[in-house]
Design a protein around this ligand. Structure first.
Ligand code: NAD
Ligand code: UDP
Length: 316
């Protein structure tokens, strides 16, 4: 219905998750403002939306203030893979903190609802398993991952201070490893790395012994979760975990991808990066209870769809 249509600002809208969110909300008929500085986002992700009357692209760096009108803001702008967030760590911190301050200020001024894309990284290398929202985390403040982890932790603090001090209508989601089409082929994240290596029949690089675990969520399920949270009850600010609890070792992931791609790649072992978490699995009982959300797609089916995307990208 026309009166339900909203003007929605998506920061980081040309990135992996942002572009899928743009797709969904454009299709629902909302007016979408997609803001991105194209650090890791690419035009190809949103090119099919450019001619739509309800889609607008703004090239802007979120570290700088911007004055816009919006009913809702999804704050996704931030490089998300270790290679990219460690490329310019000071900029990563600025994006999380100054970007959040700029967006929270905007939300306060125009009375918009605002959702923060936080991360499982705020739990660091967790000593509690699986991770529930009331776990405070085990994070190194001065390591190579800290620019991302501490930036995101401080962003959560800012969201809750604006909520308490200024009554801004906030939502905070902690996203666990998500994969799917439009991941950046060179961003170094494990699913995209392994699929690209397998399709090119080159060595698959496991860091460490491959016994570390992650729990992988397919992008469509995650986007459902973001939208459920934005539209959820106003008394439910989060933080809430969003992810798929189906946990796998990195070695298992490599073997599955070799099998699904029928690759001739060898699996090789390289050194483990600093502060690489040993295990990670979301407890999603809060999201299930308050949002009636849970992920639907299993890993093999999600990987098949992602492999299809990368095959078309690499061998057009
Ligand atoms: P991505 O790198 O594909 O997207 C991030 C987008 O933000 C890119 O389009 C990039 O160009 C843009 N951006 C970066 N700095 C900016 C700045 N200063 N100003 C404006 N735009 C800027 O990554 P993604 O996987 O789509 O992640 C989106 C969000 O979700 C991030 O905030 C990330 O921390 C969070 N997240 C993602 C995952 C995951 O598994 N994909 C997990 C946890 C959290
Ligand atoms: N990883 C790996 N080989 C790669 C890329 C990543 O073994 O080519 C490992 C990485 O060390 C980590 C896991 O896979 O243990 C997930 O890495 P990713 O960067 O995707 O996500 P994060 O560590 O931020 O969860």
């Amino acid at each position: 219905m026309i009166h339900d249509l909203k003007r929605i600002l998506i920061t980081g809208g040309a990135g992996f998750l942002g572009s899928h969110l743009c797709d969904r909300l454009v299709t629902e008929g909302h007016d979408i403002l997609c803001l991105d500085n194209f650090f890791t986002g690419i035009k190809r992700n949103i090119i099919h939306l450019i001619d739509k009357p309800n889609f607008e692209l703004i090239r802007h760096d979120l570290v700088q203030p911007i004055f816009l009108e919006a009913d809702e803001i999804y704050n996704l702008a931030c490089p998300a893979s270790p290679i990219h967030y460690q490329y310019n760590p000071v900029k990563t911190v600025k994006t999380s903190i100054m970007g959040s301050i700029n967006m929270l200020g905007l939300a306060k001024r125009v009375k918009a609802k605002i959702l923060q894309a936080s991360t499982s990284e705020i739990y660091g290398d967790p000593t509690v398993h699986p991770q529930k929202e009331d776990y405070w985390g085990n994070v190194n403040t001065i390591g190579l991952r800290s620019c991302y982890d501490e930036g995101k932790r401080c962003a959560e603090t800012l969201f809750f201070d604006y909520y308490r001090q200024n009554r801004v209508n906030i939502r905070v989601v902690r996203i666990f490893n998500t994969y799917g089409p439009r991941m950046h082929p060179n961003d170094g994240r494990v699913v995209s790395n392994f699929i690209v290596q397998a399709l090119k029949n080159i060595d698959i690089t496991i860091f460490g012994d491959g016994m570390q675990t992650r729990s992988f969520c397919y992008v469509d399920d995650l986007i459902d979760g973001l939208i459920c949270m934005m539209n959820g009850p106003d008394d439910f600010t989060g933080p809430v975990n969003l992810g798929n609890p189906d946990e796998h070792s990195i070695l298992e992931l490599a073997e599955t991808i070799v099998r699904l791609t029928e690759s001739k790649s060898r699996i090789i072992f390289e050194s483990l990066p600093q502060d690489d978490p040993r295990q990670r699995q979301p407890d999603i009982s809060l999201a299930m209870e308050r949002l009636n959300w849970n992920p639907k797609l299993n890993l093999e089916e999600g990987l098949k769809r992602t492999i299809k995307y990368f095959r078309a990208l690499l061998f057009p």
